[in-house]
Design a protein around this ligand. Structure first.
Ligand SMILES: Cc1ncc(COP(=O)(O)O)c(C=O)c1O
Length: 376
């Protein structure tokens, strides 16, 4: 059996090696390392794939979130609503900009931000909502856009884990994750569904004026060379990464299908086990399975990864500590017990290997090992 990894980047690379190697060498040969033609080409390919007017490439997903908040003109003291169960970057940039993170609980089935909790958290200082499409499935964007429009709030979609996912809007139209809110943010971190071979990110918007501002912010606040009318940052996607992403984008839907195939295998093995809850599916979004995450009960979840490790199977806890209980983000407004769903998930979830290269032999070994431990 091939070695089991959480993510098998080597196996995926081997299938596109010739094309990728050639693309990398072409960039080196051209020496157009920064803002070369491949960056523009990738931008256009991604705009077409997502059906969005503007893609602004940048250096990583964290920058995408920060740049979006800067371009939207959010000011210190403004409140930004975000889920308490997420990767730290979502909250980190809010805090870094001097904005106030307002955390809300999530849905126990989909792990995504709960729109009812959003509505309750709104105050006169609220300026934006950051739904995170966690683990590869969209948050309820219909409900979120409705709340945002009622209260005149910006919506910044954190699509770092769900690029390529579709959301079916109330009117029946299908939109790609990250293209529904005022702005969408993604990461091309190597393990992401569309990952490059280093760091990378992008911002999406259908708003021409906002796109202009985003382009200025990522480029040192500069519109005319060496004239800086606003404070910006330096956040660029390397040409080599763009060239790699152009190739991988062509495979993104096929990658999602491979991930879904592995998820279906897991579902079948675990679906009827009373100690395991398979990931809930939201009827308005498809799932692109960035992660396959089980909710466990009736056994010590922390012992499962140890047991699996001995059988050559990695497993991860995404995420063990809710945002309001992280030392860096402790805040007198929040205490343990405030977000019961998040806290339950943080102590019970476990994520299994999920990538495009899992084969039947590996899946069989993973599922039988999990069941061996759970049914002990
Ligand atoms: C939900 C979420 N938001 C933001 C990020 C930040 O992306 P990056 O690592 O590219 O900065 C990530 C990924 O790491 C993520 O999973």
């Amino acid at each position: 059996m091939r070695k089991i990894n959480m993510v098998d980047l080597k196996g995926q690379y081997e299938k596109i090696k010739d094309e990728v190697d050639k693309a990398i060498l072409n960039v080196i040969d051209s020496t157009a390392f920064i803002n070369g033609p491949e960056v523009k080409n990738f931008q256009q390919d991604l705009e077409k794939y997502l059906g969005v007017k503007h893609v602004i490439p940048c250096a990583n997903g964290t920058d995408a979130l920060q740049v979006s908040m800067m371009a939207l003109g959010l000011k210190p003291g403004d409140e930004v609503i975000a889920p308490s169960f997420t990767f730290v970057a979502t909250t980190e940039v809010i805090a870094l900009l001097g904005l106030t993170p307002v955390l809300v609980d999530v849905d126990p089935d989909t792990f995504n931000i709960d729109p009812k909790a959003i509505e309750k958290a709104i105050t006169p200082k609220t300026k934006a909502i950051v739904p995170v499409h966690l683990f590869g499935q969209c948050a309820d964007m219909d409900a979120i856009m409705e709340i945002a429009s009622k209260h005149n709030l910006f919506v910044i979609e954190d699509t770092c884990q769900a690029i390529g996912a579709d959301f079916i809007m109330k009117n029946g139209s299908k939109k790609k994750a990250g293209t529904i809110g005022h702005v969408g943010c993604t990461s091309f971190f190597p393990s992401k569904n569309l990952g490059c071979y280093g760091d990378g990110g992008a911002i999406f918007t259908n708003d021409d004026k906002l796109a202009e501002k985003l382009r200025i912010v990522v480029n040192h606040g500069m519109e005319v060379r060496y004239y800086h009318d606003s404070i910006g940052v330096n956040s660029r996607l390397d040409s080599i990464q763009a060239a790699i992403l152009r190739i991988k984008l062509k495979h993104l839907d096929e990658y999602a299908a491979a991930r879904n195939k592995a998820a279906a295998y897991y579902d079948k093995a675990f679906g009827n086990n009373p100690k395991l809850k398979i990931p809930g599916r939201f009827n308005k979004s498809n799932h692109v399975f960035h992660q396959y995450t089980l909710v466990t009960n009736g056994f010590d979840r922390n012992k499962l990864p140890e047991f699996l490790q001995e059988k050559g199977i990695p497993a991860m806890i995404y995420y063990p500590v809710p945002m309001h209980l992280q030392k860096a983000y402790l805040d007198p407004r929040y205490k343990a017990g405030d977000f019961p769903v998040t806290e339950m998930l943080a102590s019970t979830v476990v994520s299994l290997p999920m990538h495009t290269e899992l084969d039947e032999e590996q899946l069989k070994h993973i599922t039988s090992s999990v069941l061996e431990f759970v049914n002990k």
